[in-house]
Design a protein around this ligand. Structure first.
Ligand code: GDP
Length: 140
């Protein structure tokens, strides 16, 4: 298996409920390593660029407002097959449909406020990491 990096966001609903450590514990238990991490307040422009692929979706405005409503923790996760491993650990977008033991099943509240983001492919992971981290901020 290949060592990969993926981009993660701990979203405002999770920072508000003080469960960033609980999420990091689940990430580390899965075998992934947190090789970069910072707590930031996303700007509207950053959120609109980050979710540009969803611009035409009916929930786009709500999504951007949510992502700038409080602090987030942006992260780079590294490990074997990191992109797929983290998607599995996150669970389905809608927490009600997420598998037992996943972050969204255990901690998330709704399809919009679903606690975490994880890249869906290698090209998006690279792009998302580059939006928030300089190369020298990622220490593997
Ligand atoms: P993900 O890859 O599982 O995060 O899901 P998507 O890429 O399909 O959607 C991106 C994000 O948009 C989700 O994580 C949710 O925060 C939000 N989202 C998706 N569908 C809905 C929806 O029907 N309503 C609202 N309010 N937000 C949604």
């Amino acid at each position: 298996m290949a060592i990969e990096r993926t981009f993660s966001i701990i979203k405002p609903d999770a920072t508000a409920r003080n469960v960033t450590g609980a999420i990091n514990a689940m990430i580390e238990k899965s075998g992934l390593r947190i090789v970069a991490q910072k707590r930031i307040r996303m700007t509207r422009e950053q959120a609109e660029i980050f979710y540009a692929v969803h611009r035409e979706r009916p929930f786009f405005r709500e999504l951007v407002e949510f992502m700038i409503s409080g602090p987030v923790v942006v992260q780079v996760l590294e490990g074997d097959n990191a992109i797929a491993v983290y998607r599995d650990l996150m669970g389905a977008t809608d927490p009600a449909k997420a598998a037992d033991g996943t972050i969204r099943k255990v901690l998330a509240k709704s399809i919009g406020e679903n606690s975490v983001h994880g890249s869906d492919a290698a090209d998006t992971a690279n792009k998302e990491i580059a939006q928030f981290f300089a190369g020298n901020e990622i220490i593997g």
